[in-house]
Every structure is written in C-alpha cells, then in structure tokens.
Design a protein around this ligand. Structure first.
Ligand SMILES: [Fe+2]
Length: 368
C-alpha cells in the first residue's frame, strides 16, 4: 500500500502556472516541488501539444529514417559532436551502466534562435540546423513542436522558481540563449536472436541539461502501424529518489495519464537546486518480441553556456557546494558530458584552459 501511495506522481495543469489567481499558481508550484523533489518528474495537462501534429511529425520522421544509410550519412556531423542532423545507431552510450551503446538512431535540431556570443565559444553545441532535402513537413513540424515544448518548459521553470523562493524569472533568465535542442529518436527493431538478451533500447542514465520535455512516443508493429505497448515490460521507465524504504528508488513506467506529457529533471537543475530536485535516472527497455520499433521526441532545455553550475543561494550550503564542486560553465559541462557519452572526441577536453603557451616558446626561440 505504501509503495502504491508513493507512486502518485503529481499532475500540473499548465494553465495554473499562468493563472492570474495566486491560489492556482501556488497549487501548481506546490505540485512541482513535490513532483521534482520526490520523483524528479511531473505529468503536465493542458500543455498545447496536438496529438495529430505529433503523429504527423512521427510520420515525417519515419519517412526520413526509411532513407538509405548513404543518404542519412550525408546529414551526420561527427565534427559538431552529432549535435545537429542524424546520429547513427551505436554512437551514444550511457556513462554509468557499463557503457553499452544505445540501440537507436536520432536526429537533432534547435528550435530556438542561437546566441551568437555563445556560438563563438561553443560552436558545436550552438551549430546551425541542417535538414534533409525534400522534407518540408519534417522541418516545419520539428520546429513547431520543439518550440511549443520549449514554452511549456519555460512555464514550468517559472513555477519551479516560485516553489524554491527564487526570483520568478530566475531560471528563465538563466536559460535564455541556451543550447536548447530537440531530438527525434527511433529505437530499432530487434532480430529474433536479440530478443530477451541484455540489449536495451536506451541504457539507464540521467540527462545532463536542466529540464527535459517528453511529449510521448509511439510503438510501431513489425508491419509498420502505430500501436500500444507490445508487452508490459518495454518502454520508458523512470527511477524515483532513493528512500529508506526503497534504497534503490522505484522504477515506474513513464506512462502519463491520458492527455498528459512528461517533464523530468536533468543534472543542471539538480546542481542549481543543490539536490532539492534530483536528476531522474531513466531507461528505455526493448520489447520481448522481434520487429517492433518505437519513435519518440525529447526537448532539452539547457542553461546558457556562460552560466555557472553552482547551487543557488536559497539552496546553497557548504555541504552542497562541496558536493557539486568545482563549479564550471554550462558550456564546459556540456563538452565534458558529450565526451563521456561518446559523441565528442576526448581531444575536445584538451581545448579547455590556456591555449597560447606556444607564444612564449616562440618568443624565447626568437630571442635566442
Ligand atoms: Fe535521457
């Protein structure tokens, strides 16, 4: 019974967050504080994402993934750490869970305008979008849904700031001009011999950004039709915060009530809140039947690359500062993480710090 009760993930009505009535805003902020403090995720209703648009987007995305590998490779950009365009299967890996590559292919695009100063410092994570030829609907719906998800996230962040006693627009200011990115994912069908092995569609991990919005994926039958889950075990699972009763947390299916979407806490929000809100570990389990695939979408809200990752004053104690030391810039943090998960080369880390030692060397040699 206790564990049943503890799985009541709050639902926030997005209209409450922009209501002129203080009582509505307080209800939403209290729900967010409980949801992000205990579970690291929240369900959102009245979010404004249209189900038909989402289906049309997935149709367009599947049209792209069905193209030849050669064609998709022309939109693959290892030199910008795959932050735009197509990411081939077996590229990204989780850090903690043994480093197994994920069984998926992805697309990345930024739905918000790019900050030009940050673009100079961090060209890979602020790269310009690239698009497949002859797919205007894919591009249009991608940007439209990505932008709506971003607006939903900003409203949630205002509620979070209120819940934590910060300035109402403090998070919103801190993310303005961030390297926000929307990702479309296709989890690959398993061959019969791969079913019920240790293959996961996406290994367990926490997101490194501030807040992630998940509008809901679709399973696809071997015949190519959208369908419900092929079995009770597969799909998105999220791990709740460990408690004395459940020291490993509880894995709950990330299946929101009808009409709701999911938002979850990333590492940047955990650090800023000194762990008041905990980054949510999540895993995508593969089905126990061959031939099934899945498409989904995620929008990642990031701090502006020049923001410092350090617990904010209401959440700042010496212990928490020590726990999240040393502070680094969000852009530097992204660089390190993208190396950790296999998208950026480790040589990227050598670029951190002073780059001009050779000047003194050349002055000395000239003087000689
Ligand atoms: Fe994730």
């Amino acid at each position: 019974m206790t564990s049943q009760l503890s799985l009541e993930i709050p639902i926030v009505d997005l209209r409450d967050l922009s209501s002129p009535r203080a009582v509505d805003q307080q209800r939403a902020s209290a729900a967010l504080r409980h949801a992000f403090g205990v579970y690291g995720l929240v369900y959102i209703r009245n979010h404004g994402i249209d189900d038909a648009d989402l289906n049309a987007f997935y149709d367009a995305f599947l049209g792209f993934t069905a193209r030849s590998t050669e064609e998709k490779e022309r939109l693959s950009r290892p030199e910008i750490w795959f932050q735009r365009g197509w990411t081939p299967p077996n590229t990204e890996r989780a850090v903690v869970a043994g480093g197994q590559p994920d069984f998926k292919e992805c697309y990345f695009a930024a739905p918000e305008p790019l900050d030009t100063a940050a673009q100079t410092h961090f060209p890979e994570i602020y790269a310009e979008n690239i698009w497949p030829e002859g797919a205007p609907r894919f591009e249009e719906l991608y940007l439209q849904i990505g932008h709506t998800l971003h607006e939903i996230g900003l409203a949630l962040l205002r509620g979070c700031a209120r819940a934590l006693g910060l300035r109402p627009y403090q998070f919103e200011e801190a993310v303005y001009g961030g390297a926000h990115v929307t990702r479309a994912l296709r989890y690959l069908p398993l061959k019969p011999e791969q079913v019920n092995t240790d293959i996961l569609w996406g290994e367990e991990h926490t997101d490194f950004n501030l807040l992630t919005l998940l509008p809901g994926g679709r399973f696809i039958t071997p015949e190519g039709a959208y369908a419900g889950r092929p079995d009770d075990q597969c799909g998105l699972y999220l791990r709740t915060r460990p408690t004395e009763e459940h020291p490993q947390g509880i894995q709950v299916p990330g299946k929101p009530p009808a009409g709701c979407i999911v938002a979850q806490v990333g590492q940047e929000l955990e650090i800023l809140t000194g762990g008041e809100f905990l980054a949510t570990p999540h895993v995508i389990k593969a089905p126990g039947a061959p031939g099934w695939s899945r498409v989904s979408m995620a929008h990642f809200i990031h701090l502006h690359a020049h923001q410092t990752l350090i617990p904010l004053p209401p959440c700042r104690t010496e212990e928490k500062m020590r726990a999240y030391s040393p502070p680094v810039l969000a852009g530097t943090y992204a660089t390190k993480t993208l190396v950790d998960i296999g998208l950026a080369p480790s040589a990227s880390l050598a670029k951190l710090g002073y780059r001009h030692y050779d000047r003194l060397a050349s002055i000395r040699s000239d003087a000689g």
